[in-house]
Design a protein around this ligand. Structure first.
Ligand SMILES: [Zn+2]
Ligand SMILES: [Zn+2]
Ligand SMILES: [Zn+2]
Ligand SMILES: [Zn+2]
Length: 499
């Protein structure tokens, strides 16, 4: 702990009032800040002159005899010590963020500047002297009287409360971290001055000097405010209660489309609430659930379940996606690449910051032996009812005859169709589609069924049917059904009929 830090730590109402300056000493020259600048990348505050030194690879060389640069502070005359050129203290490492283009041209830290101004103006000697001069040993009002003068400078202009995790933008304005990030989901400009902000890709660091000053001068208010912020981030009670079962998880839900297990899902996220949701996912386990909006469909005609939050606005089954990559567009929109992990059923839900949170239970396919038993049973029932096993070339009866085919035959039919379609250069199976989803995974029957669901040009509610099936056979029957519908309509390959 440096001397300055030790002093700040001990600062209380009985402290020598001048010790308040220990809260505002430059991390490079160790003197009271002159023209404070905070690097948004690392959250370090320094004098502008020291900041300039730290962002250039070598300190600027002055011609012989030229005076050292003077600090330009409108309220103070630099004292004799301050006229010395700022030098990097022994062992001070300058983080590389400070010279990054998005942080390098940081403006004056308005909050710290205003705090220093308020302290200096509070000094009766300084004011009566008329010059604003402040000597280190000059008398000043007690710290208890300084607090009310400083407090208005420590209120966030977004929430009107004391800063929680103060974060300073390159334009020099400070906000609670949570307030700034929320604001950035809606707009990429500073809430105070409208200057454009770095995107979420370049996370802004906590202003450590400001955070320490707040914790030293207003510890109770700061703690209460941060507890409130944390409470606001907590999950609603009905989602947490009953979440002790290992098979149940709490997950944010993106109501939008179908995601399929083992397959990539590409999302273009522009709604602020979902940007917030995905940002939080990226800070935690990178997982969220994707679900279709509710619609009454023939194969899932149940009414949506209802709880204290009203009707569930989406289908009850969805897929857990894991974020693999994110690209931020300059206006804050996100392009997200994710991979399907697990299917789930929603057990309970709540609204949280405008998006849906679900308590879910994941499910998988039946074990192989059970799938094999059901396959034999299914074939036997269909053969007994008069269907011939085998693909029927007559399309009018084809949809009924696939039910009597063994699963491996369904897979072969679909695989042959896919290869013919690909050879015929049908647009829905172009090389870019194959690049995105990979070639047909014929070696893995289950994955192949999901792959068909991902590439086939059918609507989302058709794809959703696959999620509901807990056997490869169930899904392949649906896929072969699509195939036969396509063969019947002959539009799939520009009119070329396959034999
Ligand atoms: Zn300095
Ligand atoms: Zn930095
Ligand atoms: Zn705030
Ligand atoms: Zn600003």
């Amino acid at each position: 702990m440096s001397n300055a830090e030790e002093h700040a730590h001990r600062l209380n109402d009985q402290s020598d009032p001048t010790e308040i300056y220990t809260l505002f000493s430059c991390s490079i020259c160790s003197q009271r800040l002159g023209d404070p600048v905070t690097c948004a990348g690392c959250g370090e505050t320094r004098c502008r002159a020291c900041f300039a030194l730290s962002t250039s690879p070598t300190p600027p060389q002055r011609p012989e005899g030229e005076a050292a640069p003077r600090r330009d502070d409108e309220h103070t005359q630099p004292d004799s010590e301050a006229t010395d050129p700022p030098v990097h203290a022994e062992g001070v490492r300058i983080p590389c963020c400070c010279s990054a283009p998005q942080f390098k041209r940081a403006k004056q830290d308005v909050t710290i500047h205003n705090l220093l101004t308020a302290i200096i103006r509070s000094n009766p000697c300084a004011i009566s002297g008329g010059t604003g001069t402040l000597m280190r040993d000059a008398p000043s009002i007690p710290i208890s009287s300084l607090r009310p003068l400083l407090k208005p400078n420590l209120d966030c202009s977004v929430c009107y409360d004391i800063f929680c995790d103060p974060t300073t933008t390159p334009c020099g304005h400070s906000f609670c971290r949570v307030c700034l990030l929320r604001s950035m989901d809606y707009s990429t400009s500073c809430p105070t001055c409208r200057a454009s902000l770095p995107s979420h890709r370049d996370p802004l660091a906590k202003n450590r000097m400001l955070a320490k000053a707040i914790m030293t001068l207003f510890p109770t208010q700061a703690r209460e405010r941060c507890e409130d912020v944390r409470a606001g981030l907590e999950m609603p009670a009905n989602i947490l209660n009953g979440n002790d079962q290992q098979s149940e998880l709490t997950i944010p839900l993106f109501v939008c489309a179908v995601g399929l297990p083992e397959m990539p899902t590409f999302l273009h996220v522009f709604e602020p609430r979902y940007r917030l949701m995905l940002r939080r996912c990226l800070e935690s386990d990178r997982r969220f659930g994707i679900v279709l909006p509710y619609r009454r469909v023939a194969w899932a005609s149940d009414d949506p379940p209802v709880n204290a939050y009203g009707r569930l606005p989406c289908m009850t089954k969805g897929t857990v996606l894991e974020i693999r990559g994110v690209e931020y567009l300059p206006d804050g929109r996100m392009l997200v690449e994710s991979l399907g992990v697990d299917r789930f059923t929603i057990r309970d839900w709540a609204w949280h910051d405008d998006y849906l949170i679900g308590r879910i239970r994941t499910f998988t396919d039946l074990v192989a032996a059970e799938q094999a038993r059901l396959e034999l049973e299914d074939i036997a029932v269909n053969v007994a009812s008069g269907l011939l096993p085998g693909a029927d070339s007559d399309n009018s009866t084809a949809s009924t005859s696939i039910a009597a085919l063994p699963t491996h035959a369904l897979i072969s039919l679909a695989a042959r169709f896919v290869s013919q379609v690909h050879n015929a250069s049908a647009p829905w199976l172009s090389s870019s589609v194959v690049t995105a989803y990979g070639p047909a995974p014929l070696e893995d029957a289950s994955k192949f069924s999901w792959w068909c669901g991902a590439v086939w040009p059918v609507d989302e509610w058709e794809k959703w049917r696959l999620l509901d099936e807990t056997s490869v056979r169930g899904r392949m029957k649906i896929v072969v059904g699509w195939m036969e519908a396509m063969e019947g309509s002959r539009w799939w390959g520009g009119g070329c009929h396959i034999s």
